[in-house]
Design a protein around this ligand. Structure first.
Ligand SMILES: Cc1cc2nc3c(=O)[nH]c(=O)nc-3n(C[C@H](O)[C@H](O)[C@H](O)COP(=O)(O)O)c2cc1C
Length: 258
């Protein structure tokens, strides 16, 4: 695949993956390609875990599902993320950012704005919607053939310090490389961030994976082969809009047209 095509076609995979194990060759390829990424002073502050053990994946899936329920029930999810929700093509065309919740059961469509709000969140909690979405998330993660974990050495990853800043930038290069390689070989990936927003849940996963105390587990992704025939989840979003060049960049000094 051409590099430009891979960049443009790279997308978050929200659906299930094909029912197929990821080959050992592809796992090695992903790690090899990631190893070529830049890092400050070539420190290579990252270590990876490719999780294929179904039991471990199942346990992480349960924690991911429970985290989603907790974040939605206590209102954090709505407070934090409401500003990113868009409810129509016109809305997302206007801002050219955020996520468009474009796929949900017909009965919910007239109420979509109310539902995806802090107030609506309370109503949803009454109807156990967070539990339903949490179960969906659990099933989605559990059905993934591969979870990919990135940890950073605490020798470099020191939040608030320059080396911490640089190691997070370096990890960003790894993440995009993984994403482009998966795109090029017919795979997809999705962040699993929710357990990271509840420190005890994150610690639980980190200790289950035996991550040593001198490393910080930073990101978890689900990965697998994509299959366009697989149906979208009951409630789903897309976010392919992007701001234009002139919205994003200036020439010479801030504010001057590119
Ligand atoms: C730091 C970070 C955390 C993210 N967390 C999640 C997540 O928990 N679940 C998810 O589905 N997508 C997550 N995303 C993906 C973004 O929502 C997605 O990249 C954005 O909407 C653009 O969509 P695209 O990746 O399809 O281009 C995350 C992305 C980043 C960079």
């Amino acid at each position: 695949m051409d590099l430009f095509d891979a960049i443009v076609n790279r997308k978050t995979t929200n659906t299930r993956f094909a029912d197929k194990k990821v080959t050992a060759e592809h796992i090695e390829l992903l790690i090899k390609m990631a190893s070529h990424c830049p890092s400050h002073f070539n420190s290579q502050p990252w270590r990876f875990i490719a999780v294929t053990d179904e039991k471990i994946i199942g346990k992480i899936a349960k924690i991911a599902g429970d985290s989603m329920v907790q974040l939605m029930e206590d209102g954090r999810f709505w407070r934090q993320y409401r500003k990113y929700f868009r409810f129509s093509e016109e809305e997302i065309e206007k801002t050219k950012d955020g996520i468009h919740i474009d796929h949900l059961p017909a009965v919910l469509k007239p109420f979509v704005k109310t539902i995806f709000s802090e107030k609506g969140g309370k109503v949803m909690a009454k109807f156990k919607v967070p539990r339903i979405l949490g179960n969906d998330e659990e099933k989605l993660v559990a059905s993934s053939p591969l979870l990919f974990i990135i940890s950073l050495t605490k020798d470099e990853y020191k939040p608030g310090e320059l080396s911490g800043f640089y190691s997070v930038i370096s990890m960003g290069a790894v993440i995009q490389t993984l994403w482009l390689v998966t795109t090029a070989i017919g795979m997809g990936m999705q962040f699993i961030s929710t357990p990271g927003e509840i420190s005890e849940k994150w610690r639980e996963i980190s200790s289950m994976l035996n991550i040593p105390s001198d490393y910080e587990m930073c990101t978890i992704f689900r990965m697998g082969y994509v299959d366009p025939k697989i149906k979208r989840p009951t409630i789903d979003w897309k976010s392919s809009q992007r701001k234009g060049v002139s919205d994003l960049a200036f020439r010479d000094v801030w504010g001057k047209e590119i």
